[in-house]
Design a protein around this ligand. Structure first.
Ligand SMILES: Cc1cc2nc3c(=O)[nH]c(=O)nc-3n(C[C@H](O)[C@H](O)[C@H](O)COP(=O)(O)OP(=O)(O)OC[C@H]3O[C@@H](n4cnc5c(N)ncnc54)[C@H](O)[C@@H]3O)c2cc1C
Length: 458
């Protein structure tokens, strides 16, 4: 709890993937570091968002594998879902990982201060009755759920974090927003046996992904038994004791829980930003430069608080840059478009860079290499022939502009292309790198070959 000393080189506010990584990096650089956290160590990512979500999704994936086992010659009866055991495992996974962060803090002599932090100017941070001082302050307080117009949270209208922690497996669930979070929730619960309705105001699921990928994602999600409504607004949301009623496209709906997965906003209210001279932009995000410096000297901001994709690994990377900059090291701005994006619904979706549409709109001399997983041996061996790998390039220098993958392990496969791009390689290089056999990554190589005009398997 209270610090043995109240003066630090760096105080990090928030212990999520942005804050805890920043703190450890600062400690590695020999600094005296404290982290202030108002809720649980590990932030939202480890406690209520990314990690619990993936733990439940893993259970849903196993159910699906069991159901599909007949295709592999394994005869099993319909699996029974022990939702309480799934929830217990989810809690255990969270405990293991958050305990790991606690261990890392100890190992790196990072002081953990429980409480809500407020900036008090001149390098001061107030937590309860104690005022701490630091040369550098890193803001890493993350984001909170936001409602949709005409609906507010409360009763049985919940956010994504609550959706992953439901005490009982619902019979019916309605998800508003078919972005990454909404698609993951729908995909998990539908396979666990819940009747799911998934709504999206735009014209397709995963609307920020490449259009080809959205199409396949919708097909895959529908196979899981859910109903999907695109270009449809959910309105007149009314929560009762046991259910929520709503309207959509002239129809009346009723559901046990209604999950709003349609956006988040920065958690800055308690920080006292204005008094400390930290400016925000028109979306309420903290204004930063390429080194994550805010408009106030000695204060950096990272993660969901600042522009760029709201992703855990983006927050961590920014934490490292902010700390190194504060330490006087040379840093480089992040290329935000090249950060890998992943959605862990089934089929898995992963991408980086520009979509085909964006690449064309930007005036590139676009080349597209597309390969189904079935084109390489691994797709057939492992039972996913429908997956798709789409590489977008610019013909002039063979530049990799983006890649979009849907199917098993796409969230792992994307990294190769991200790395090649980071090392200034292009699709012609990927096409000529030796890939192990039989692996799905051979499909990545083949998609690069397709872009380069010499697809072997197809
Ligand atoms: C359901 C869900 C699933 C997701 N899945 C993924 C995924 O699979 N992969 C991915 O990359 N991203 C995922 N995300 C996004 C990811 O969770 C965020 O991008 C990430 O958590 C941001 O990290 P952060 O460090 O900025 O903040 P957070 O993880 O939000 O942590 C911020 C911490 O700051 C604390 N805090 C806030 N204000 C104060 C204060 N004044 N004083 C002290 N402490 C304070 C909060 O309690 C919190 O613990 C998901 C998000 C959601 C909602």
């Amino acid at each position: 709890m209270a610090s043995s000393s109240s003066s630090f080189d760096t105080i990090v506010i928030g212990s999520g993937p942005g804050g805890y990584v920043a703190a450890i990096r600062a400690a590695q650089l020999g600094q005296k570091v404290a982290v202030v956290e108002k809720a649980s160590i590990g932030g939202r990512c480890l406690n209520v968002a990314c990690i619990p979500a993936k733990a439940v999704l893993r259970a849903a994936d196993i159910v699906q594998e069991v159901r599909d086992a007949g295709e592999f010659g394994i005869i099993v009866s319909e699996p029974t879902i022990d939702y309480a055991a799934i929830s217990d495992r989810r809690a255990k996974v969270v405990k293991t990982l958050t305990g790991g962060v606690g261990g890392l803090f100890k190992k790196n002599a990072v002081e953990y201060i429980e409480g809500e932090a407020k900036l008090a100017g001149d390098g001061k941070v107030v937590v309860g009755d104690t005022t701490y001082e630091a040369k550098n302050i890193i803001l890493a307080t993350g984001s909170t759920k936001r409602p949709i117009p005409g609906a507010s949270f409360g009763g049985r209208v919940i956010g994504t974090e609550e959706a992953w922690a439901l005490k009982e497996l619902p019979k019916t669930l309605t998800v508003v927003g078919a972005g990454a979070s909404g698609a993951e929730i729908a995909s998990a619960y539908a396979r666990l046996g819940t009747q799911v309705l998934l709504f999206e105001a735009l014209d397709r699921v995963l609307p920020t992904e490449d259009a080809d990928i959205s199409k396949l994602a919708e097909r895959g999600l529908k196979k899981q038994g859910m109903q999907i409504f695109t270009k449809t607004f959910v309105e007149n949301v009314q929560t009762g004791d046991d259910s929520v009623t709503f309207t959509y496209g002239g129809e009346q709906g009723e559901t046990e829980w209604l999950v709003i997965a349609a956006g988040r906003g920065p958690d800055v209210e308690a920080l006292g930003l204005a008094a400390a001279g930290v400016e925000i932009d028109e979306r309420g995000l903290i204004k930063v430069d390429g080194a994550l410096r805010t408009t106030a000297k000695g204060i950096w901001a990272i993660g969901d608080l600042v522009p760029g994709p709201a992703l855990a690994h983006k927050a961590s990377d920014e934490g490292i840059i902010a700390v190194e900059d504060a330490h006087g090291l040379e840093t480089h701005p992040i290329s935000y478009i090249d950060i890998p994006r992943a959605t862990f619904c089934t089929p898995n979706v992963a991408s980086f860079g520009l979509t085909e549409e964006q690449a064309r709109a930007a005036g590139h001399d676009v080349v597209v290499g597309k390969v189904q997983y079935g084109a390489v041996g691994a797709g057939t061996v492992y039972g996913d022939r429908q997956g798709l790998i789409k590489v977008i390039g610019d013909k002039k220098y063979g530049e990799l502009l983006g890649a979009h993958i849907i199917g098993a392990k796409s969230t792992e496969l994307i990294q190769e292309l991200v790395n090649v791009k980071a090392l200034e390689g292009g699709y012609p290089e990927v096409a000529r790198m030796v890939h192990g056999h039989p692996t799905l990554s051979e499909g990545v190589m083949e998609a690069a070959r397709a872009a380069d005009g010499w697809l072997i398997h197809g």
